[in-house]
Design a protein around this ligand. Structure first.
Ligand code: ZN
Length: 297
């Protein structure tokens, strides 16, 4: 938790300075002292959530995630909003004061009328930086709806950045997926990953990269890339709510995920020369000097 003075926005200096009949001014001061003074010393607790669609409850086929406007996709977005809501509720119960939720799915996946209260939601493009508005003031990073890296045998809808061109990335010799990419960017601000939700494979990958202190909540178990054993929404939302509460308690034990720079990077992907036909494998290697620019490689 970062110790900062919390200044309530609801009381302006004007409302206190306004001249008036003495008992009224006295009553105003009583209100300020009784209701708001304790909050002036309360530490703020800020959590940044980045979401993806492939790892949400009930999502297991690319028809639900790839085509904007597809009826299956519109339903899948609602599933994701339900998962986000459960996490936001858990965080609020645990005393989190500020929650920013970023729509991390390529074609964007938020449904505004399903936003849970008590958080703000960033969506739409273009926007600056991969994790817009994230900075050193946040106490933890949560990845909701996450998926395992490309090539994970039991990873539901597994991919890294592009599921079509089958990208794979190595940083300092370690193959890394989107979980590690996001966390490495957050690591530049000293913000630790405290919770990951997705399928069992994504949770396993999170524990491998971030250690056992990072709370993981699985909402399904992969059978193949587009087949899964789904867990009922009532069960996953309860687990997400409880997991979010545990994640807040785990903050002091979680460490930022940092890559040592310059990062030795390698990328493999497919290039398609025409609209049909198999892709041609390409690979490139180089160094990345700033982990904030990780996704530019
Ligand atoms: Zn993704």
């Amino acid at each position: 938790m970062k110790n900062r003075t919390y200044r309530p926005k609801s009381v302006t200096s004007r409302s206190v300075r306004r001249p008036g009949f003495f008992p009224i001014r006295f009553a105003v001061w009583l209100f300020v002292l009784a209701g708001l003074t304790p909050r002036l010393t309360m530490a703020s607790l800020r959590i940044y959530i980045v979401t993806d669609l492939e790892g949400a409850s009930g999502v297991y086929q690319f028809a639900q995630t790839r085509e904007p406007g597809h009826p299956l996709g519109e339903k899948a977005k609602e599933y994701l909003m339900g998962d986000i809501a459960a996490v936001v509720r858990g965080l609020r119960t645990a005393g989190v004061t500020d929650i920013v939720v970023l729509d991390g799915h390529g074609s964007q996946a938020f449904v505004p009328h399903l936003m849970e209260a008590g958080a703000t939601y960033i969506t739409g493009k273009p926007r600056p930086g991969p994790l817009t508005r994230l900075d050193e003031s946040f106490d933890g990073l949560i990845q909701v709806g996450a998926h395992a890296m490309m090539g994970t045998p039991d990873g539901v809808l597994c991919h890294t950045q592009s599921s079509r061109s089958e990208n794979r990335y190595w940083y300092n010799g370690v193959e890394s997926g989107e979980l590690a990419q996001c966390a490495a960017i957050a690591g530049c601000y000293g913000v630790p990953p405290i919770m990951v939700t997705g399928d069992e494979a994504a949770c396993r990958e999170a524990r491998k990269f971030f250690g056992p202190e990072c709370v993981t909540v699985a909402v399904k178990r992969g059978i193949s890339r587009e087949a899964a054993e789904l867990y009922a929404f009532d069960d996953t939302r309860r687990a997400l709510y409880e997991g979010a509460k545990r994640a807040v308690a785990a903050i002091p034990r979680c460490q930022p995920y940092r890559l040592s720079v310059p990062i030795q990077a390698k990328k493999e992907y497919l290039v398609f020369d025409g609209p049909s036909g198999a892709g041609r494998p390409v690979s490139k290697e180089g160094t990345i000097k700033d982990a904030l620019k990780l996704l530019d490689f």
